[in-house]
Design a protein around this ligand. Structure first.
Ligand SMILES: Cc1ncc(COP(=O)(O)O)c(C=O)c1O
Length: 437
């Protein structure tokens, strides 16, 4: 079967998926709304929120010998294993921190401070959590920071533009899995292969925060040294970043209590709920996988589940762009610009950058909200977007990020709202005299 334009879940499965998440169709006050800002924090699984409350309700310290302390240790061990399931990682260390940024700064620091070299390589599309960590530790260790440029056609970074910056003196490469502005996926497998062909022992760090909820990561096929995810963007809860380090990276000197093992990274008291939430994420994706086909181990089920998410989201992306009889697609709307609109949908996560003519992006966000749709403006004045937008020659965009929980009807509703806003602001003169209301 050709899946270049994705494949939707059945209606029955779609309904069942929606019922497993909080607030997909309504907000907490019961108002109908379309939440299309999942790249800023995704819908939460009901099971994850329940487990968060259930586990965090326990006063017990996991570092005790009592029955419930041992139960909490088991919860942590299972969550640790389940992060490995998500990544297809073996061995190494799992590091739970408060945010993905915190984990990233610590990992970049350990590598930059202890792996010799005269330069460090990254890309212009990195989130500040890795970009700023790389620039800070490049400066502190006296290394040159080399930054690969973006490609405004694909919305991503060409492999060659990264690899051409790497040489024998590169200490570390840090690269984002998929852009949280354009949704473009980088070809991590090829980047790792070609980078290590130049320097086999190169340390590689990957920010998988954006991509992990949308596609399969396989560290057995694409070995790296450090990688992180944010459970709150992956159907889980806020207040948690989860990272994995390879064996050699895990034993680099880092902040830790002196008495802990060399490869231990958690600093201070662990929060077992963080691990329980990872397990619920994996339980859910495995359940989805079992809807495709029963059987296989946890990783096989997880792979099938994520693959079905990827295909459903790709079909939603196709519908957003090209529409149907129910609603015209964004590409066909006269007053709407789709930025960084690369043809090959297999290379994109479900994130769109759009602009509506005659309407400032922040104002467009308000117009959407008036009509029950939550989207987000990414503008060049924001520290979270400036570098990436400018690299594409853009001043801003409205970021639209639905999730696999959404149905084609949700996409059609969004398209009709967009059509309505586009028309309302089509004539700048009319806008000036108050056609907005
Ligand atoms: C791609 C990417 N990386 C890293 C982060 C940082 O996550 P946190 O704010 O949890 O530290 C984000 C958050 O927006 C992100 O989108």
């Amino acid at each position: 079967m050709n899946t270049d334009r994705g494949q939707l879940f059945s209606d029955a499965l779609q309904k069942e998926i929606k019922s497993r998440f909080h607030y997909v169709d309504h907000d907490m006050n019961g108002r109908e709304r379309l939440f299309f800002d999942n790249a800023g924090g995704s819908f939460r699984l009901k099971a994850a929120v329940d487990q968060f409350a259930r586990i965090d309700a326990l006063p017990d310290c996991p570092e005790r010998i009592h029955e419930l302390a041992i139960y909490l240790q088991e919860v942590q061990a299972k969550g640790t294993e389940d992060l490995r399931t998500i990544l297809n990682a073996q061995g190494g260390s799992v590091y739970a921190s408060l945010t993905a940024s915190g984990g990233m700064f610590d990992m970049v620091r350990a590598i930059a401070e202890h792996i010799p070299g005269t330069n460090m390589v990254t890309t212009v599309l990195e989130h500040p959590s890795s970009f700023d960590a790389m620039s800070l530790y490049a400066e502190r260790t006296g290394k040159e920071l080399r930054v690969a440029r973006s490609n405004a056609v694909t919305g991503g970074i060409d492999v060659q533009d990264i690899v051409s910056l790497i040489d024998q003196d590169t200490s570390v490469l840090s690269v984002i899995y998929a852009s949280n502005i354009s949704g473009a996926k980088l070809d991590i497998a090829e980047i790792v292969k070609q980078a290590r062909a130049i320097k086999p022992e190169l340390y590689i760090v990957v920010d998988a925060v954006q991509h992990a909820p949308h596609g399969l990561i396989d560290l057995q096929a694409t070995p790296v040294d450090a990688i992180n995810i944010a459970p709150y963007k992956f159907f889980g809860c806020r207040g948690s970043g989860m990272s994995w380090l390879s064996e050699r990276a895990s034993v680099l000197p880092h902040h830790k209590l002196a008495g802990k093992k060399k490869d231990f990274w958690d600093l201070g008291s662990a929060a077992p709920w963080q691990f329980a939430v990872v397990t619920e994420i994996v339980n859910y994706v495995c359940w989805l996988g079992s809807q495709v086909e029963e059987g296989g181990d946890r990783r096989a089920l997880f792979s099938r589940g994520i693959r079905s998410i990827e295909l459903h989201e790709r079909a939603l992306l196709a519908r957003m762009l090209d529409g149907s009889e129910a609603a015209p697609g964004l590409r066909r709307m006269d007053n709407v610009n789709v930025f960084l609109d690369y043809e090959d949908l297999r290379k994109r996560d479900l994130i769109l950058a759009v602009g509506i003519e005659n309407l400032e992006h922040a104002q467009a966000v308000r117009e959407y909200e008036k009509r029950g749709v939550i989207v987000y403006e990414r503008v060049a004045s924001s520290l979270y977007s400036r570098r990436m937008l400018h690299s594409f020659g853009l001043e801003g965009a409205v970021r639209v990020s639905p999730l696999h929980c959404h149905s084609v009807e949700d996409i059609d509703r969004f398209l009709n709202v967009t059509l309505e806003i586009g028309r309302a602001f089509a004539n700048p003169a009319a806008v000036a005299v108050g056609a907005r209301s």
